[in-house]
Design a protein around this ligand. Structure first.
Ligand code: ACO
Length: 328
């Protein structure tokens, strides 16, 4: 008998209306469309309004996913929000989302695993569903990175965008669903990608704000090398755990941080470009939202056929990295 599996029974996504192009950025910092496109693959990104917080983005995506699954908010057993840019340190963005959805008394908490948070969330949800704790879980990856971006730092401000993707997870009644997973972390490298200020290590002060410590800091070229290595490793190991080969893969859905990282991961699995999903040119790096947004887009475009084998693969702050093999 096949192992029990969890399955995505609804999807949703949201990106803010406002678009910031590379040409707009040329007017803000010393950069060029040519540099950004060649080094990252990004052409434009969506930017939240001053009034929007992460839970607002999450709520739009979550409502779509609930509708898609034919569920009401009160049918949920858990609301899980993966984010590195919460509305506030506390209460959690998940509790704020619960209030937005009027999902009265449904338990809710945030999960922080950088860009890998959505895949960590799937693995946690699988454990909770098979442990009997929850039957229907709303998992949202929501990120509002442009509010922790230093718009004077050209090495980071060209990279990020805002967005949210949501899924409903339940036990599968057929042969589709999550086949295997692989997750790892290495806290010794955390300083390479960090928001240093505003927590308990460096509490917010005039000095921390003056030193720009409440913005994202990244040693991009160091992070790049680890991302390439670890995303390759995660995909290969997760496939091995599912008893599948590279040739069985129909779609690689990688975290969208840089087109060169995406291409390198596709090459590691020896996949032709048409099997590697790319939307970084339209959104930039939307961190934890990139994989659920990609799944929603592929599904809505009718590109996913029953039985297709997907490899979801991510790397992010922590460092954290993970992959999930999923049969559609
Ligand atoms: N425009 C023009 N020139 C620039 C820009 C810019 N926007 N940014 C940097 N440069 C310059 C640098 O100053 C440097 O110039 P120098 O050679 O004169 O010193 C040169 O370009 C090369 O800089 P690098 O940082 O070495 O450029 P690299 O090719 O590594 O690309 C990038 C930088 C895009 C950030 C890349 O390293 C990257 O994508 N890293 C990984 C990011 C990632 O995966 N993050 C993980 C997830 S994110 C999350 O968890 C929130």
């Amino acid at each position: 008998m096949e192992k029990r599996k969890i399955k995505i029974t609804g999807t949703g996504h949201y990106v803010p209306d406002k678009i910031l192009t590379n040409q707009d950025l040329e007017k803000m910092v010393d950069t060029s469309d040519e540099w950004i496109v060649t080094r990252t693959g990004i052409k434009e990104r969506h930017i939240a309004s001053a009034e929007q917080a992460t839970s607002d983005l999450a709520a739009e995506a979550a409502r779509q996913a609930l509708q898609d699954a034919g569920l009401k908010a009160e049918d949920l057993d858990l609301i899980l929000v993966a984010t590195s840019t919460p509305d506030t340190i506390f209460p959690s963005t998940a509790c704020r989302l619960q209030h937005h959805l009027q999902a009265d008394h449904v338990p809710a908490f945030d999960l922080s695993a950088g860009c890998t948070g959505f895949l960590y969330g799937m693995i946690v949800a699988e454990g909770l569903i098979f442990g009997g704790t929850a039957r229907r879980i709303l998992l949202v990856g929501a990120e509002l990175l442009t509010k922790i971006t230093n718009w004077e730092d050209r090495s980071t401000c060209v990279l990020f965008g805002d967005g949210a993707g949501a899924v409903i997870l339940e036990e599968s009644k057929d042969d589709s669903g999550m086949l295997s997973s692989y997750w790892k972390a290495d806290g010794s490298l955390g300083e390479l990608l960090i928001l240093p200020g505003g927590g308990t290590k460096i509490p917010a002060s005039h000095d921390s704000v003056e030193k720009r410590l409440h913005f994202l800091h990244m040693k991009g070229n160091e992070v790049f090398k680890y991302a390439v290595k670890r995303m390759g490793e995660a995909a290969v190991e997760a496939l091995k755990r599912a008893g599948l080969k590279e040739t069985d893969v129909d779609f690689l859905i990688p975290h969208q941080a840089n087109i060169r990282i995406i291409d390198a991961t596709g090459q590691r699995l020896k996949l032709p470009p048409e099997k590697v999903y790319v939307n970084i040119h339209r959104y930039g790096n939307i961190s934890v939202a990139s994989i659920p947004v990609a799944i929603h887009e592929l599904k809505e475009a009718g590109k996913l056929k029953k039985g297709d084998i997907l490899v979801l693969d991510a790397f992010g702050a922590g460092f954290t990295w993970a992959a999930v093999v999923y049969r559609w």
